[in-house]
Design a protein around this ligand. Structure first.
Ligand code: AKG
Length: 293
């Protein structure tokens, strides 16, 4: 059992979102924190990602397919998307489990406990002038059909300053309130303009907000907000980690799509089972607690 008791320093407590910030998050579906992560913790994560990309692993996942898992054979000058890296590399795990991330997420989603759900390390090569390194519009929740909660959220952590030219995350303001977005799963469609025009033609108000952050800042987005990321046109690589988080109430629910097909997500394969045979989305070995308060 995980007996970790998270604590924040006086300075960190000052950095938590105010009630006004939480109300903003609820209206807009996103929030940008002050600089809450030290250079040291991020630099260690960069060293961890270097080791990860060299093929070193601190732990091996029990299954090697069924999730995004970039390999050198896929080519180096492409978007590298690796999921569940915090279960495989200890420096990335240390970053993902920072209590301050959990405490901010708990405030924003008005829950007492925050657990990990999934994570992604996303690398973009430099000097992409044809836009191929954009990440397409998607709502994270559309990929998590067997989660019961609509209160999940994601912390996005760039490993360096990230201005608009360096491939930042970009959200469509207030889109978490749009209807009919259950199947918005276009992570791999880099044509952001085409899809944004389509949203506009459907009568939606499309307001793009890039998450341009300084190193140490973290952006948070609601699980239903539509987002992607801009291509990396800068001269440096872009490296960031998305830490996907569960509120206390989240649990497994069986799900069938509109064609009646049973849907499963990879998390179910990794975790232990409950006495009724269903996946346990609070298994501490896979979904550790970042914050409990
Ligand atoms: O890092 C990126 O470019 C995309 C990350 C993402 O889709 C997310 O944070 O949910």
């Amino acid at each position: 059992m995980n007996t970790f008791i998270p604590e924040l320093s006086e300075e960190q407590l000052e950095l938590l979102p105010t009630e006004e910030d939480v109300a903003f998050y609820e209206r807009h579906g996103w929030y940008i924190s002050p600089q809450v992560l030290s250079d040291e913790i991020i630099d260690r994560a960069i060293a961890g990602s270097d080791r990860f990309y060299r093929g070193e692993r601190d732990a091996i996942l029990p299954v090697s397919t069924g999730y995004s898992n970039w390999q050198p054979a896929d080519g180096c000058d492409v978007v590298r998307n690796n999921e569940f890296v915090s279960l495989q590399n200890w420096e990335l795990r240390q970053l993902a489990l920072q209590p301050i991330i959990g405490a901010i997420a708990a405030k924003l989603s008005r829950t007492k406990e925050i657990r990990l759900l999934d994570d992604q390390l996303v690398y973009k090569p430099p000097q992409d002038l044809n836009g191929k390194s954009a990440v397409g519009w998607h709502a994270d929740r559309a990929y998590w059909s067997t989660c019961s909660s609509n209160n999940l959220l994601t912390a996005w952590i760039p490993f360096h300053d990230c201005d608009e030219s360096r491939g930042p995350l970009v959200v469509l303001d207030r889109s978490h309130k749009w209807s009919g977005i259950e199947n918005t799963r276009f992570f791999n469609n880099s044509n952001l303009e085409e899809m944004a025009d389509k949203f506009g033609r459907e009568g939606r108000q499309v307001v793009k907000v890039p998450m341009t952050l300084k190193k140490g800042q973290v952006s948070f987005h609601h699980c239903w907000i539509i987002h992607g990321s801009y291509p990396n046109r800068s001269d440096s690589f872009r490296l960031a980690m998305a830490v996907h988080l569960q509120d206390e109430a989240n649990h497994y629910r069986p799900f069938r799509n509109s064609q009646g097909r049973e849907i499963h997500i990879f998390d179910e394969v990794l975790c232990r089972k409950l006495p009724n045979g269903e996946p346990d989305f609070s298994d501490p070995a896979v979904f550790p607690v970042l914050w409990s308060g």
